[in-house]
Design a binder for this molecule. Structure first.
Ligand SMILES: [Zn+2]
Length: 339
């Protein structure tokens, strides 16, 4: 098969389109012939060696959709010919955490495209559990685009206990992860507010039901308070990190929760402890998804409650161009490689 291969981690320029052996599915695994894959910032981090792939050469790509072409021993479903989307969260399937469905807490938790070969190839091998029936109403590109961001948004929403009537502020809407968090919170019946430095992203949020939008570069904490009768919001979703953390915390109502599954602007933040305890706030981490959360993401997308916009589709052979677009930012929604 052809695959976008990393033989070193000197950055996105290290990606090279090569011919490699088709990966063989082991017991409990399936091989999926991919029709589309979607880019994530993870593809940039991995190319920079953050983290370094466990072995080289490496194929990145966490999101994809395609047709099952070969199944390993012990696999009952899916069957060859089935159309599937890839759940990027894999685990041992046998430990106590896995038995409880807590895939991200498994000691052998692995992400497709980060710790094992991923979807920027003509085929990928994943555990059969991670090949989930594609909703028939979705085209290949749309099916490839939503997996990682929607399922991890479902996990964040659950960990932050987002429910109907909650006021939720999503910081940095426009990026795939924040856009998914915005749409999932809205689908759960929350009143959603959003920040972005980009007027175009704020306009997108307003057009998709945001009660109010704010400039991430401005005093959005004060503006959120002014827009909520001085109260603040119940939940802030903040994947921006260093640049916005303090203001995000100050935008919370008493007893509010800040949930994060990323830190694109930096890894550390200062936490004013009296604010934390006097206002009885919670800071909650989340990462990726378990299988049930992935299926809930599929259900939300299939029902039409969450639709992740596909910003641009480029041919499989043009990964470097898609990476350039991803690095430049500015898109709302996902970049997809079509086969
Ligand atoms: Zn396990």
């Amino acid at each position: 098969m052809r695959a976008w291969v990393l033989r070193d981690t000197r950055g996105p320029a290290s990606y090279a389109l090569e011919r490699v052996e088709d990966p063989e599915p082991g017991p409990g695994e399936v091989r999926v012939r991919l029709r589309a894959s979607a880019l994530n910032h993870l593809d940039l981090w991995v190319a920079h060696g953050l983290p370094r792939p466990p072995c080289l050469p490496h194929v990145s790509g966490a999101d994809g959709a395609g047709v099952v072409e070969l199944v390993g021993e012990e696999v009952l479903t899916p069957r060859p010919g089935d159309e599937v989307v890839i759940d990027p969260a894999t685990s041992c399937g046998a430990c106590a955490a896995c038995a409880n469905g807590a895939v991200p807490f498994c000691g052998e938790f692995r992400i497709v495209g980060e710790h094992r070969w991923g979807t920027h190839a003509e085929a990928v091998v994943v555990p059969a559990t991670n090949a989930v029936a594609k909703p028939p109403t979705l085209g290949w590109e749309e099916a490839a685009a939503f997996g990682l961001v929607v399922s991890s948004a479902v996990r964040m929403a659950r960990r932050a206990r987002i429910g109907a009537g909650d006021r939720v502020l999503v910081v940095g809407v426009g990026g795939g992860s924040a856009t998914a968090a915005f749409l999932v919170a809205r689908a759960l019946g929350a009143e959603v507010l959003a920040t972005s430095t980009r007027p175009q992203a704020r306009a997108w949020a307003s057009a998709h039901g945001a009660a109010a939008t704010f400039d991430s570069a401005g005093p959005f904490d004060e503006e959120v308070r002014a827009a909520t009768d001085g109260r603040g919001v119940d939940v802030v979703v903040d994947n921006v990190g260093t640049a916005t953390f303090e203001r995000s915390l100050r935008a919370l109502a008493r007893g509010g929760r800040l949930v994060t599954n990323g830190s694109t602007s930096g890894r550390t933040a200062e936490l004013h402890l009296p604010t934390l305890f006097w206002r009885q706030l919670e800071v909650i981490g989340a990462t990726m998804n378990d299988h049930e959360e992935f299926r809930e993401g599929v259900r939300l997308v299939e029902a039409g409650d969450v639709r992740i916009p596909v910003e641009r589709t480029v041919p499989f052979e043009e990964l470097p161009r898609a990476i350039e677009l991803l690095e430049a930012g500015g898109q709302i929604g996902k970049l997809v490689l079509a086969r």
